[in-house]
Ligand binder design. Structure first.
Ligand code: THU
Length: 173
């Protein structure tokens, strides 16, 4: 006999915009992508040869870039996105981020023309910053050339995310 209980299916849909080139972006977005691509030049990635650059536009109008910083002890290395977030957290604590553009130059391949996808740890870190500032961070994902994926916020890339509110004690609620 089947026990009666209620169940339902839930669906989470990711919708995003694909730009064939920077031509369909605002000049400010195109500038952020240009900065992220340029930042790859100063990445420290002697082990993977995969240079990542991330550029953020803050609410106060400032732009900052970060790159991946690797280490001979591989797990010690830090992704470009988290280098950038740490920098912003230190220099402009609590300042909202409007947009983050991310690009890469893969020296193992002659072309880098597919949009980069931030790793899970970086998605969690970017989303933490969204929660901290109560402000969505629009993502522009690209390579040194080719398509750009425009995604409304980091939360969309991390469905059912683990949030700080889960750690709240009863007395805080
Ligand atoms: N990496 C980033 O900096 N950001 C990403 O979104 C993906 C991966 C770095 C980590 C490592 O230094 C290299 O790329 C290869 O995984």
């Amino acid at each position: 006999m089947i026990k009666s209980s209620i169940m339902k299916k839930q669906e989470i849909i990711l919708s995003y915009t694909i730009h064939e080139t920077t031509d369909s972006l605002s000049s400010l977005d195109a500038e952020l992508i240009n900065d992220a691509r340029k930042a790859t030049e100063v990445a420290y990635a002697p082990y993977s040869h995969f240079h990542v650059g991330a550029t953020a536009l803050l609410k106060n109008g400032k732009k900052l870039s970060g790159t991946n910083q690797e280490n001979a002890s591989f797990p010690v290395g830090i992704c470009a996105e988290r280098v950038l977030l740490s920098m912003i957290g230190q220099l402009f604590p609590g300042e909202a981020i409007e947009t983050m553009a991310i690009s890469y130059h893969d020296f193992n391949n002659t072309i880098s023309n597919k949009p980069i996808s931030p790793c899970g740890m970086c998605r969690q870190a970017i989303h933490e910053y969204e929660n901290r500032t109560q402000h969505p961070i629009r993502l522009l994902l690209t390579g040194m050339e080719g398509e750009i994926f425009e995604i409304a916020d980091a939360e969309s890339l991390l469905p059912l995310s683990f949030k700080g509110e889960t750690l709240k004690k009863e007395k805080d609620q």
